[in-house]
Unconditional design. Structure first.
Length: 232
């Protein structure tokens, strides 16, 4: 093995050990945390003081849009957020319940007027919005990385007051450096197979939503008089 190959192999081994020792770090939003391991999973979040003024009893997960259009992974992401948030809030309206109610009420959720009307009629006074964050997936023939990055915020519909926000990038890689003809064939195969696996997006969306929602307090034990309703 040549010197260059040895250097590359050492780099791959070091990266592998670092990735194996990675952990999830929870930091304040926009905090410049010291990154001791570049493979660490970082979740930034902020819970504002307004949360304690009126903790949410009902939250609707809003459509995941990019430039006004529904994102190709919208349903997967919205469903994952609704599922994990339901472990923190008494009532969560996911994409199916939301769309069914919006059709029944004949309201447009892309407008502020439509959202206000929806909140009053559905008695669901808080909304969760998400947008892409943290870059796109990468494919380099012998190596690929899939990622789903989300930046979410929860606001009170009646006055658009921010009560919580968080962001995180969930990522997973496959393949590696083609150090030999055999490794080149193997890495090409695994990277291509990984890229074509439809379950990867489901898993990444779940990882991102789970880590993000972990930063939100459990409001189900707050003892509300009417947990199903909520201040619209």
């Amino acid at each position: 093995m040549g010197k260059a190959s040895q250097v590359l192999l050492t780099a791959v081994l070091i990266a592998g050990f670092a990735a194996a020792c990675s952990q999830t770090r929870y930091t304040r939003y926009d905090e410049a945390a010291e990154q001791t391991n570049p493979f660490d999973r970082q979740v930034e979040f902020e819970l504002t003081r307004h949360f304690y003024d009126d903790p949410p009893r009902c939250v609707v997960v809003m459509p995941f849009l990019v430039d006004g259009k529904r994102h190709p992974k919208a349903e997967v992401i919205e469903t994952a957020l609704a599922r994990h948030l339901s472990g923190k809030v008494e009532r969560v309206m996911g994409p199916r319940a939301r769309d069914r109610a919006a059709r029944s009420l004949a309201v447009d959720l892309t407008t502020e007027t439509g959202r206000s009307a929806f909140a009053r009629s559905a008695r669901c006074g808080f909304q969760l919005e998400a947008e892409p964050w943290g870059g796109e997936s990468m494919y380099a023939v012998f190596w690929t990385q899939s990622r789903i990055g989300l930046q979410v915020q929860m606001t009170r519909v009646e006055d658009q007051t921010l009560i919580w926000r968080a962001r995180h990038v969930a990522k997973r890689s496959e393949g590696g450096l083609p150090l030999s003809p055999l490794s080149a064939v193997y890495n090409l195969f695994t990277a291509t197979e990984f890229r074509a696996d439809g379950d990867v997006d489901l898993s990444l969306a779940d990882d991102a939503a789970r880590r993000i929602c972990k930063t939100f307090p459990d409001t189900r034990s707050f003892g509300f008089a009417n947990a199903v309703g909520g201040r619209p």
